[in-house]
Design a protein around this ligand. Structure first.
Ligand SMILES: C[S@@+](CC[C@H](N)C(=O)[O-])C[C@H]1O[C@@H](n2cnc3c(N)ncnc32)[C@H](O)[C@@H]1O
Length: 350
């Protein structure tokens, strides 16, 4: 059986709802933020019951955007994002499993009635072969994915496909499972651990390397939480490996460097992103308060100036001078342990 067959079988036949999962890897245990609750309330119960995501893939400022969801499953995120992009935007969901797509498609009419518009499409396909789907290159503002890349047997191909489809300044904003080390074959070849999103998890540093090789030079960690392998038999097989769910944002900006360089620049947030009047969180290490002159590295400056966020900031400085590496840019494990969740992370700045 190929990896694709194993995964299709798991999500098409073995699992009928999130209750059937054996770990909390593929089902987001984090609290639903208040602003998301009314959006989820508009989504059909069957779609909600087949949600297998591991994080929140709804970045800020989506109105009017074109969004692509890789491994959309039964469509929970597609239908949440459809409300955020609104009638001027569009959300396209891609998945390879018929049973998942059938649920998503079955409720399209229901959601069109709920929202008052129909702005979603579902396509059957492999996320490693996005070029077979007749999607326009450079046409998506945002690509999202929720707990899927770990399941892919060819992760470099996925990242390369995403890069082609994103607009300049667009971003890949996605939640996935990572490990604190490379996964041994005994774990990777276990069909249940693979289906549960653990066997195919990338060692976090290899993920950074793959991202850079695909042209996403400065992956930014947005959120993370440690995962528990609660089933004793599965825990025995995974041993000391520590797993994390993490959300990264990868901007499609060619000029980004592989380190945070200090050019003496700063940004000032105008407080104008809807729902974020007081603070804009670019990532886990950049909480930018309204009106504050906030020193940034060259990469952060570009992520804000060359993306859909530009009009919400004032920009101070340029790239004329260079003062060396931006202080606090490090290389250690970026995720928080179970003990430190809830406390301020002390990891690297990016
Ligand atoms: C863990 S579920 C997540 C589904 C959805 N994102 C959610 O949050 O409910 C993984 C989904 O990715 C799909 N998938 C896995 N590998 C894929 C691939 N290589 N190409 C397309 N879809 C894939 C599976 O069919 C399944 O629906």
């Amino acid at each position: 059986m190929s990896t694709h067959d194993i995964v299709q079988d798991y999500y098409g036949k073995t699992l009928q709802s999130s209750d059937d999962l054996k770990t909390d890897a593929c089902c987001d245990a984090s609290a639903v933020p208040d602003w998301l609750k009314p959006l989820l309330a508009n989504i059909h119960g069957e779609v909600l019951s087949r949600y297998y995501g591991c994080g929140l893939v709804c970045p800020e400022l989506l109105e009017g955007c074109r969004v692509l969801d890789l491994g959309c499953g039964s469509g929970r995120d597609v239908y949440a994002l459809a409300q955020l992009v609104g009638p001027r935007g569009e959300v396209v969901g891609v998945d390879m499993t018929d049973e998942q797509l059938a649920v998503a498609e079955a409720h399209r009419g229901y959601h069109a009635d709920q929202f008052g518009y129909d702005n979603v499409r579902f396509l059957k396909g492999y996320i490693e072969k996005l070029d077979e789907l007749d999607l326009e290159e450079g046409a998506f503002d945002v690509v999202v994915s929720n707990c899927v890349i770990n399941l892919s047997p060819d992760k470099p191909a996925v990242l390369a496909g995403v890069k082609k489809l994103l607009k300049p300044g667009g971003e890949f904003y996605f939640s996935d499972v990572y490990a604190d080390r490379r996964i041994p074959e005994s774990v990777a070849n276990d069909p249940v651990l693979y289906g549960e999103c653990l066997g195919g998890a990338l060692y976090w540093k290899d993920f950074i390397r793959l991202s850079r090789a695909a042209g996403f030079n400065d992956p930014r960690l947005v959120e993370d939480r440690p995962l528990a392998v609660t089933d004793p038999a599965l825990a025995e097989r995974t041993g000391n490996i520590r797993f994390y769910s993490a959300t990264y944002r990868l901007f499609n900006i060619g000029e980004l460097e592989d380190a945070c360089e200090d050019h003496g620049q700063a940004v000032i947030y105008r407080g104008s992103v809807p729902g974020h009047a007081h603070r804009f969180d670019l990532d886990a290490h950049h909480a930018i308060e309204r009106g504050q002159v906030f020193p940034v590295c060259g990469n952060t400056f570009r992520m804000l100036q060359d993306s859909r966020f530009a009009s919400h900031f004032e920009f101070v400085g340029d790239f004329k001078y260079h003062y060396g590496l931006f202080e606090g840019c490090g290389e250690s494990l970026p995720f928080r342990s179970s003990e430190s969740v809830g406390e301020q992370s002390e990891g690297a700045c990016c």
